[in-house]
Structure formats: structure tokens, C-alpha cells
Design a protein around this ligand. Structure first.
Ligand code: 26Q
Length: 823
């Protein structure tokens, strides 16, 4: 099929310039002389959009014709990052755009900076969803992403005296050229009220929902372009509005203020992303968000995406709904309700279909991160769904009792409804019972899910459990963010690696080629210079391109152990200032941190304050001659990662073994030629297996060792007592070295480490310091280091999200790519 030429923009420099000026004129209503940077950015974004538009339309039409099995990725978060560069890359118009803008005296880079990144996610889970929809499009899989269009994404982090202060993320403020609102396709979502039983026409007793209130979901579509393959998929994010008829009613009753309040109430649902990423609070608004986007998405798929005459008993042939963690799990009772209550199906028929169309991905191992909703709250907000969950549970437990007679303890353990500390629905259990498949996100994590967190379930449903190791998109995280390295790779092995990342293996022999290593090292240095310039301009942070760049960027959480890295920094500071280590024997090193703390997470905020305090002390102590520096730029996000990751020498992946489900930053660093210092945790295990022990700095306890120590009763103070190096580091904090002598400020951190230390920082301290000493030695041999870095790149192709998606297709979705609609 070919495209209507009228809808295909001219792919020449002149054609681009004309389109751009037209957009500036007709779209922004300004001319070049008066246009602000934002005007130009918006005009450029719209011009770039034109180049994807007919592929998008074609993909939609094609989808309607082919009727192949599709994937709907349901996720409360999509951490997309900036769109402009990605669209330029996918549409392959970088060259003409750069040239065209230059001819107009505009620097493309200035316009790039004008884009506010859509930060519609917290971290790993949200970014994974964004990588997955990129790979789905690039692999030409019929698919759609469903989520929430938060008006405010993840908060903007600032530091005031080194302490985190949150600002609202007003990403929509200056216009949002990448979205397409469709108010005409709005969906109504009900909440509250009660249920009643009635006798249907066939004389059967049935239940129905009499909702108390409702809101409207308006879809906003975003293009998800495949990499130069003619396919443009859709991401559909829902925004909440007040129902017209509802507020009209109040308006007419004369209470204008009440009517406006009702509107605000409804629109609150999609107002803001919850910034907690590991200790969810059972907030009512959060549950409203979850049901809101799931109800919109299922209704949209059944009523609008499927053809009007579709036989829903065939639903499993047409769709699989992938549940990104438990956040969308309320979709399970919602589909039951749609089939049983709205379409009059029998419970058994509905259950048979429901069990085939959902699959669940778990992203955690921390017990406090497992979502539960109190029966009280669920019953108030979604009374019919609660009934349905109870029935699913009753029937499931009856089966369990049959399989394990006289094992009521097991039955209670497996119940979807927990009884203590309050009666609550365990969302992970509901997902496991109803899902066709359950997967973890790295080999170790999937094993621990089977053996520990969901052990009773893996015994009962042995075939349900599988692994799909995470991946990252090589388009954004190599091709886009590391253009110099991409150029070198392409020169060496051709450009096929961008969509077939395993081909990076072909670089392996070049690790032994001195000229290749020289160029590789030169590129790393150039990337560092880019970062040096960015941090100077963005944060006024001064670092040297000649220092080793040691990076730990991720959400701040005790289990991730930013404290461990900080204790190493303090140890070096102590060695030098005590005279034990002459400063000229220390490898110049920049210790970079990037981390947001959940606003209510006290200990995490203390640690941020402490990192900044240590940084202040170290960066200004003349004894260190600026050879050691701490750089903690505020507001780490996808945009910053794109400059930081390609510049890194050392990647810190130092979570306590058994706590980090996978990690994905670890993969981005390895793919960009950083060496990892890491524990045997999450996907680190697989990274080390692939790159080889000689090119990875392993340290720390293994998961079984951790379990043994904890079982035996862990006492952190014994490590403090036995290890003088550790003692000196902790004493510095306790004695106020970093707080102008004030011993109280960081007392909570110190006493937590000495008396609780849930994540065994002290137990792993010496092993970590020893590994850092190995890093220091290895780095002294620059050429040897570069060789290891090349091998890290060459052997990390497995961590492409394209590979992850292929694994999902084979192991879970049983769907296939279709021929792209148009190339
Ligand atoms: C839940 C309920 C209420 C409020 C918030 C939440 C919530 C939000 C976000 C709970 C968890 C998250 C995010 C979790 C997350 O990012 N997990 C990470 O997922 C990555 C992708 O699989 C893994 O690589 C990381 O190991 C894992 O920590």
C-alpha cells in the first residue's frame, strides 16, 4: 500500500524550511522576527509530527484490516522522556532539520532544550513501559499503551541548603505539541454507590451496581514511532473531566460554586502522579486513578478498538492485557463486571475468558511494596468489584482446599483477602490467580518470586510462572544519547545493531585493536566534556573531564544503598585528611549522585541532606586539591540520564542482594561502556555472566547469605566495633564533620545504621571498599580499562528491550509481529 502524496511532507531541506515557517505562521501565529524559542520549538515539533502522521493513520487502518492478536500494555506510568529527538530519529529527518534550521539561523540544540520532558513515572517501572512501547513499535507488533495523562508528573527536585524541596512539574504549561486529545471519544467511569440483587429474565439471581458518582475520561493519543519501519503505534493516556450532565444539574439548581467544586473534584483524579515508588500508602485518590484508567482502557478496547460485531468469546485470540505491576489489577474484576453484569454472561464463561487475557508482571520483592487495598475502602469506592473479588476468592480457595485437604493454614496464606492487620485485598494474589502468566523481571527475581514471595502459588500453578529479563531501548539510550559511540559502532559493524543489538558481539575482536580503543576512549572523554559543560550550565557544578566518573543514579531508597557509596567517599576523605594516604596517590574521581526521595520518606531525605553535606565539605577542602569531588545535580530525570550515562566510567549497582528486582540503569551504563561495581542482585547477575568476571567488580553478600544473616539476627553494631575503617567513617558523620560540628542533624542516619540497618550496609562495607580498591587499580591501567569497557558494550546486546519484547511474545503473549504497514 502506498501513502497519499498529499499527506507526505517533502523530505528536503527546502521542503522542511517551508513547512516549519508555515507552522510558525499558521500554528503559532508569529513570524521569525518575533518568535520565542518556545514558539520555534512548538513549530518544529508540529513539523516533525507531519513526517510521522501518515504512517500513524496507515497503521491504524491496517490494524483494523489485519485483526491480528494485539498487546495492550496497561501501566499507571510511562516515563517517556523528551519526544523531539526520538521523533527526529524515527522519521530519519535529523539531517534535513539541522540543515534547514541552520539556514534560518536557529540552533536545533536550543529548541531541544525547550522541551519539558513528560515525567509521567517514578523510575524503573515507568521507564520500562516507555522502552517496551518503543520496542513493540520497532518490532511491528500490533499494540497499544494505556495509562494516565497526569497534569503534574514526577515532582521537580530542588535543594535548599542541601535538603530536598519538591516543586510541581508543570510539563504542560508551555504547550504540548505531541498529544492529540479526543474529547469526542470520552468514556464514562462510575464510582461509589451500592449493589443490589435482582432476578433476571431467565429467573437467575444477579447482582448489579448502582453507582454513586461518575467522571469522564478523555483520551489523549501520542505517536509511538517504530525505528524507521513505517509503523507508528499509539499510546493512549486518559485525562479526567467532570461529567457535563452531572454538573449541569447542579448549575441549574443554582449552586454555581458547588458545580465548580464538582468539576475540580473530578479533575483531581488525573491531576498528579503519586511520587512513592516503594511504600505505597492506601490513598483513596490513588485507587481512583487506578480504576479510572483501567475502566477507560477496557471500555475503549472493547467498544472502539474491536470491530462492532466482535464475538467476545474470541477475545483471547485478539488481545492480551499486560498488567505492569499490580497498579492496573482492578482490570480483572472490571472485565468480569463488563461481561457478567453488562453483557449478561454466565460467571463461568466470563471467568474462562478473563483468565486467558491478563498477564501480570511483578517488579518488587519488598513486602512493604506489595499493594493491598482495604476492603473498607474498596467496598466504598467499587462495591461491585469487591463482590466480584470475593467470589473469585471463594472459588479459588475451594479449589485450594480440594488440592490440599486439611491445610487451612495454607488456605489462609493464599487467600486474596488478608485478615490482618485489617481486612484487605492483596492485589498481587488477585493478579496471580486470574493471570494466565506471572513474570519477574530478571532471572534471580523470578526465582525468588517462585521460591519466596509467591511460593504457595508457584506450587499450585507451576506453569504460570516465568521470567522475562528487562531491557532498555537502544534507540534512546545508545543511538540518540551517545551519537559519537553510535557512529564508531556503525563504522565498525554497520547500522543493523540499532534494531538487532545482539550484533554488538561483532565488536568483541575490536577490544584488542589499539586504534579502536584509542577512538573509544576519545569518545568517552568527549562525552564527559559534554557532561562537564551541562553541569556547569545547568547547576553551576564544576567537575573535571579528566577525573574518573563514578555514577549512582536511581531513586533514593535504603535498599539501593546510596549510603554505602557515601561511606566509601567518606573513607577516602578520611584516609587523605588523616595523612594515611597522600593526595597525589588518589585517582582523581567525581562521585556523581542523582536521586529523588519520595516526599514522605524521612530517612531518604536525610540521606540526600547528608550526601550534599559531605559534598560541600569535600568539594571545598583544599587538602583534597579537587581530586575528589561530589556532584549531586538536582532533579535527576530521563533528560539528564541521556548526558550522564554516556559519560560514566563506573556504574554503581550496589543494592542488597535479593532486593532490586532487576534494575535497568545497570543495563544503560554497560551498553555505554561503563564498568559495573555491583552486588549479585537483579539483572547484575546476568550482566556479570555476559560481560565476564574480569570486566565487572563484584562484591557483597549473596541472597542466601543475606537470608542466613537475617535469620540468625543481624547486629550491625558488631561490624562497627570490629572494623576501624568503618568506625572512622561513621564517627565523622556522628561527630559533625559534615554539619559544622552539629551532632544532631544526621543522628537519625547514624543510629539507624548502627541499630537497624535493614539493608546490611555495614555487613557489606568492607567487601565494597575492597572492590573499590580493585577499581582504583584497574583504572590506573587506562588501556586495560578501555578494553573492558569495549567488552561491556560488545557483550550487553542481550539487554535490548527488543529482546525482552520477543521473550514476552514467545513466553506470555503468544502473539507475533505483523508485516509493517508501510516502509
Ligand atoms: C503503588 C501504589 C500507590 C502508590 C505508588 C505505587 C507505586 C508506584 C511506582 C509502586 C511502585 C512503583 C515503581 C516501582 C519500580 O519502579 N520498580 C522497579 O521496576 C524496574 C522495572 O522492572 C526494576 O528494574 C526495578 O528493580 C524495580 O525496583
Amino acid at each position: 500500500e502506498s501513502l497519499d502524496p498529499i499527506t507526505v511532507p517533502d523530505r528536503t531541506v527546502e521542503g522542511f524550511v517551508q513547512e516549519f515557517l508555515r507552522e510558525l505562521h499558521f500554528g503559532q501565529g508569529v513570524d521569525m522576527s518575533r518568535a520565542s524559542t518556545n514558539d520555534k520549538y512548538l513549530a518544529l515539533a508540529r513539523t516533525v509530527r507531519h513526517h510521522l502522521m501518515s504512517r500513524w493513520m496507515q497503521t491504524l487502518r491496517h490494524q483494523g484490516q489485519v485483526q491480528a492478536k494485539s498487546v495492550a500494555y496497561l501501566s499507571a506510568e510511562f516515563l517517556l522522556g523528551r519526544q523531539l529527538d526520538n521523533a527526529l530519529l524515527a522519521a530519519d529527518i535529523d539531517g534535513i532539520v539541522t540543515e534547514g534550521l541552520t539556514s534560518l539561523g536557529i540552533d536545533l540544540d536550543d529548541l531541544r532544550q525547550a522541551e519539558q520532558e513528560p515525567g509521567l513515572g517514578n523510575g524503573g517501572l515507568g521507564r520500562l513501559a516507555a522502552c517496551f512501547i518503543d520496542s513493540l513499535a520497532t518490532l511491528s507488533v500490533p499494540s497499544i499503551g494505556y495509562g494516565i495523562r497526569y497534569e503534574y508528573g514526577i515532582f521537580r527536585q530542588t535543594f535548599v541548603d542541601g535538603w530536598q524541596v519538591e516543586q510541581p512539574d508543570t510539563w504542560l504549561e508551555l504547550g504540548s505539541p505531541w498529544e492529540f486529545p479526543h474529547p469526542e471519544a470520552a468514556v464514562k467511569v462510575n464510582f461509589g454507590g451500592s449493589t443490589e440483587t435482582y432476578i433476571d429474565d431467565d429467573g437467575n439471581a444477579r447482582s448489579r451496581w448502582l453507582p454513586g458518582w461518575s467522571v469522564i475520561g478523555v483520551p489523549y493519543n501520542y505517536m509511538v514511532p517504530g525505528y524507521r519501519n513505517g509503523r507508528v503505534n499509539t499510546l493512549r493516556l486518559w485525562s479526567a473531566r467532570a461529567e457535563k450532565s452531572f454538573d449541569l444539574q447542579i448549575f441549574n439548581s443554582g449552586d454555581y460554586a458547588d458545580a465548580v467544586r464538582a468539576q475540580t473534584f473530578a479533575e483531581n483524579i488525573s491531576k498528579v502522579l503519586y511520587p512513592e515508588d516503594s511504600t505505597p500508602q492506601g490513598k483513596e485518590l490513588r485507587l481512583q486513578q487506578q480504576y479510572f484508567f483501567v475502566a477507560c482502557s477496557l471500555a475503549d478496547f472493547l467498544d472502539n478498538v474491536l470491530p462492532g460485531d466482535f464475538d467476545l468469546t474470541k477475545l483471547p485470540d485478539r488481545i492480551v492485557f499486560q498488567l505492569n505491576d499490580t497498579h492496573p489489577v482492578i482490570a480483572i474484576p472490571e472485565l468480569m463486571r463488563l461481561l457478567v453484569d453488562d453483557r449478561g454472561w454466565s460467571w463461568e464463561d466470563a471467568w474462562a475468558v478473563t483468565q486467558q487475557v491478563f498477564a501480570y508482571t511483578c517488579h518488587t520483592l519488598l513486602p512493604e511494596a506489595l499493594e493491598v487495598w482495604s476492603v473498607d475502602l474498596l467496598g466504598r469506592l467499587l462495591p461491585r468489584h469487591l463482590e466480584i473479588i470475593y467470589r473469585i476468592n471463594d472459588e479459588f480457595l475451594a479449589q485450594v482446599r480440594k488440592a490440599y485437604p486439611d491445610d487451612e493454614l495454607r488456605v489462609r496464606r493464599m487467600s486474596i483477602i488478608a485478615e490482618f492487620p485489617e481486612r484487605a485485598v492483596r492485589m498481587a494474589f488477585l493478579a496471580t490467580v486470574a493471570g494466565a502468566k506471572v513474570n519477574g523481571v530478571a532471572e534471580l527475581h523470578s526465582q525468588l518470586l517462585r521460591d519466596k514471595v509467591l511460593n504457595d502459588f508457584s506450587a499450585y500453578f507451576p506453569d504460570k510462572f516465568t521470567n522475562v529479563t528487562n531491557g532498555v531501548t537502544p534507540r534512546r539510550f545508545v543511538r540518540m544519547s551517545n551519537p559519537a559511540l553510535s557512529g564508531l559502532i556503525t563504522e565498525a559493524i554497520g547500522e543493523g545493531w540499532v534494531t538487532d543489538l545482539g550484533r554488538l558481539r561483532e565488536l568483541e575482536p575490536l577490544a584488542d585493536d589499539a586504534e579502536f580503543r584509542r577512538r573509544f576512549a576519545e569518545i568517552k572523554r568527549g562525552n564527559k566534556t559534554r557532561l562537564v559543560d551541562l553541569l556547569a550550565a545547568r547547576d553551576g557544578i564544576e567537575i573535571s573531564p579528566d577525573a574518573m566518573l563514578d555514577v549512582m543514579v536511581k531513586r533514593l531508597h535504603e535498599y539501593k544503598r546510596q549510603m554505602l557509596k557515601l561511606l566509601h567517599v567518606i573513607t577516602l576523605y578520611d584516609r587523605v585528611t588523616s595523612g594515611e594516604l597522600p593526595i597525589d596517590q588518589v585517582t582523581p574521581r567525581t562521585f556523581a549522585f542523582g536521586a529523588k526521595a519520595a516526599p514522605g520518606y524521612k530517612m531518604a531525605k536525610q540521606i540526600i541532606g547528608l550526601i550534599n553535606a559531605v559534598g560541600r565539605t569535600i568539594n571545598t577542602d583544599p587538602a583534597l586539591e579537587r581530586r575528589l569531588r561530589v556532584a549531586f545535580p538536582a532533579n535527576y530525570n530521563v533528560t539528564l540520564a541521556e548526558t550522564l550515562v554516556p559519560a560514566a566510567d563506573l556504574s554503581e549497582q550496589i543494592s542488597l542482594a535479593g532486593k532490586e528486582a532487576s534494575g535497568t540503569g545497570n543495563m544503560k551504563f554497560a551498553l555505554n561502556g561503563a564498568l559495573t561495581i555491583g552486588t549479585d542482585d537483579g539483572a547484575n547477575v546476568e550482566i556479570r555472566q555476559l560481560v565476564g568476571d574480569d570486566h565487572f567488580f563484584l562484591f557483597g553478600l549473596t541472597e542466601p547469605e543475606v537470608a542466613d544473616i537475617v535469620d540468625a539476627g543481624y547486629r550491625p553494631s558488631t561490624y562497627y566495633a570490629a572494623n576501624p575503617t568503618l568506625r572512622r567513617a561513621l564517627d565523622h558523620i556522628a561527630h559533625g564533620t559534615f554539619s559544622g560540628g552539629d551532632q544532631r542533624v544526621f543522628e537519625p542516619v547514624v543510629s539507624n545504621l548502627l541499630h537497624e540497618d535493614r539493608f546490611l550496609v555495614l555487613a557489606d562495607f568492607q567487601s565494597y571498599i575492597d572492590a573499590q580498591d580493585r577499581v582504583e587499580k584497574a583504572y590506573a591501567d587506562q588501556d586495560g580499562w578501555t578494553r573492558s569497557a569495549v567488552l561491556n558494550v560488545a557483550r550487553s546486546g542481550f539487554f535490548s528491550s527488543d529482546r525482552s519484547i520477543k521473550d514476552y511474545l514467545d513466553r506470555i503473549w503468544h502473539a507475533e509481529p505483523v508485516a509493517p504497514p508501510f516502509v
